[in-house]
Design a protein around this ligand. Structure first.
Ligand code: MN
Length: 264
């Protein structure tokens, strides 16, 4: 099995290499990751701008590693479509320093890179730690490898796009692994204003005060010492809203066509 490992913390990040050590036991692993940290890059790609790729020193014997001058999604796209002749069987993105829970999946570079695997019909997973300091990657790196093993044996098949988040705990202290749904908010975003030589500016920052989350969600899981595995795309759209939209859209269609008929 050929595995592509990428991330958004950059090719030198410890979390990437913790994952590399475990995943190299499961399949033929290649690392292709941004040359520097690109957290928050989401799904963005560098359209019509040259992207440079160069091989860098690897921390795991037998694993080749490449640094990419673009975004996490660029790294995945270039690796999947151009760098190698053979198709990858699995794409893993992470292990990210800091969680990617709930609506974070829409802005996360870790998830954005994994999404490229999914969009290329390759089973994919984003892997993140629910902590920033004194990180113990051992449990979640092992979980990623155990999931990868099941992709290799065909136990997990079909379209697969997983968002894995883990509490910062040793394997013995993990209280389980749960299939979860996306919570709503996780981080509290804040916009501060400041002034410098170029005038007023705005600064978006995130702080770690998490919102309350209902049982069964990703945030609830990691707060309870459980490794969270969320299948994406998640049902984030309310059923009632879908029903409402299905009633409203025909009206819009009628109104649109009525304009044309009036002109005719
Ligand atoms: Mn990151």
């Amino acid at each position: 099995m050929k595995i592509l490992l990428t991330n958004d913390d950059g090719v030198a990040a410890p979390g990437l290499w913790a994952a590399a050590r475990e995943l190299s036991q499961v399949g033929e692993l290649t690392v292709v990751a941004p040359s520097k940290e690109r957290s928050g890059a989401g799904t963005s790609i560098s359209l019509k701008r040259p992207i440079r790729v160069h091989e860098v020193a690897s921390e795991v014997e037998g694993v080749h590693a490449f640094a990419v001058s673009g975004t996490p999604a660029d790294s995945a796209i270039v690796a999947i479509r151009s760098l190698f002749e053979d198709q990858f069987d699995l794409v893993v993105s992470g292990i990210n320093r800091g969680s990617n829970l709930g609506h974070d999946v829409y802005v996360s570079g870790t998830v954005g890179a994994a999404m490229q695997g999914y969009l290329h019909d390759i089973p994919s997973m984003a892997v993140s730690m629910y902590a920033y300091t004194d990180l113990d990657f051992s449990a979640v790196a092992r979980v990623a490898a155990l999931l990868a093993k099941r992709v290799a044996t065909g136990v997990l098949s079909g379209p697969m796009f997983l968002n894995v988040n883990a509490p910062n705990a040793a394997i013995g202290a993990i209280r389980g692994i749960g299939v979860t749904s996306l919570s709503q908010n996780s981080y509290c975003d804040r916009v501060d204003r400041g002034v410098d030589d170029d005038g007023q500016y705005y600064l978006i920052t995130r702080h770690e005060d998490m919102h309350e989350a209902p049982e069964g969600t990703d945030l609830w899981a990691v707060e309870h010492g459980i490794v969270s595995v969320t299948p994406l795309p998640d049902r984030v759209v309310d059923e009632r809203f879908i029903a409402l939209l299905e009633r409203v859209v025909p009206d819009i269609q009628d109104e649109l066509l009525a304009t044309v008929n009036q002109r005719a």
